[in-house]
Design a protein around this ligand. Sequence first.
Ligand code: DLL
Length: 435
Amino acid sequence: MPWNDKFECMPVKDLQKFQLKKFKETVALVSKKVPFYKKKLKEMGIKAEDIKTLEDVVKLPFTVKNDLRDNYPFGLCAVPMKEVCRVHASSGTTGKPITGPYTAEDLGHWSECMARNLWAAGIRPDDIVQNAYGHGLFTGGLGFHQGLSLIGCAVVPTSSGLTERQITLLKDFGANALCCTPSYALTIAERAAELKVDFRALPLRVGVFGAEPWSISMRREIEDRTGIKAMEAYGLTELGGPGVSFDCEAQDGLHINEDHFLAEIVDPATLEPLPLGEKGELIFTSLQRRAMPMLRYRTKDITRLRREKCSCGRTLLKMDKVFGRTDDMLIISGVNVFPSQIESLLLEVEEVEPQYRLVVRKKGYLDQLIVQVEGKNEVYQAGAQKRLEVAAKVAGHIKGMMGIGVEVELVEPKFIARSEGKALRVVDERPKQLR
Ligand code: DLL
């Protein structure tokens, strides 16, 4: 049974009726209260009353990260500051941070969306849950905290980092669930193995992982190493953090909380809407956010949408596991390459660890991809000849499966910095003007 079967299992027609009502309210709100949208809608000749169907969403302007930066910190707020009761932010890698303000009502909706996510992962009130997402401006820690508290679990808010202490507390408190990024789960599992702590002997049953792209092969690898079930959470600061979509026991795509988010897929190059089932950039319009509603936010995440009957009984639209971000896509020998594709191939080679980094350099006019991957200890210690053989094997596998030539460096164990949050997978060493 889902957390909220009224909304999670609602007949699609009724759900869409509900969405339309909230969609109209959102457009009316921003066209009155947010000068940025007011101006855009006026320039495009669109009035709130022109919104008659959900399909009318395509008439609306897109919103991009830079719009949030340009209106930093609270320019896109639709309510006076006295109604704002929390502000999160995401630093990103460049430029000003972007902010995520919430009203009390927004926080309530967020808790509800997170409770659905965690409940679908099998978390129940009698569980002890260690929450190792960063607590603070990042939406992961507090978002999970709220959902877990709504369910009524015993929450252990460790935040991220201090890996040995994470392991001690997992053992001492007997947590049944762990929440963190997938790369941090791997870091914790690796350290536990070094400390001779048997993960499989712990009462830990499930992990709820997200906040970064991770392939299905990585999910399997984490499950193999830890013996726990790896479930997923997806979301972004601009849409209020985690709780946008989540996977269910079928693990066949992530259900979108459609009563809160209207999803579309567009071609990232032309911005033309694409039909269900086609891969493209994921776009969201918020339906119930009050402090900072978003029209057609371009996530840069690449996925597909599917409307199909799920064996779990939920009617909510599904999105595929995120394939990658448009800004992480590399073009190597004319082929589009996403880090997750390389990740999957690396995990198929038994001599290497699931720890890697992709370095992009310029060689003449061409982009060159260097795959740095850690050899397993016994492989690395077997000498230079063996290392070359394994590097050639990895390069051959990538060439065979993707048709691209890459240079593979088999690096020593622990060469790649371990992640405590979002892993750094791509290091772009090309001169800025040549990217
Ligand atoms: O990462 C919110 C979050 C916290 C989600 C905890 C899940 C768990 P941001 O820091 O704003 O917010 O980063 C958002 O992270 O556009 C995706 O590119 C990526 N991302 C988030 N979840 C997933 C996921 C949080 N499950 C950006 N799979 C998004 C793939 C994900 N990518």
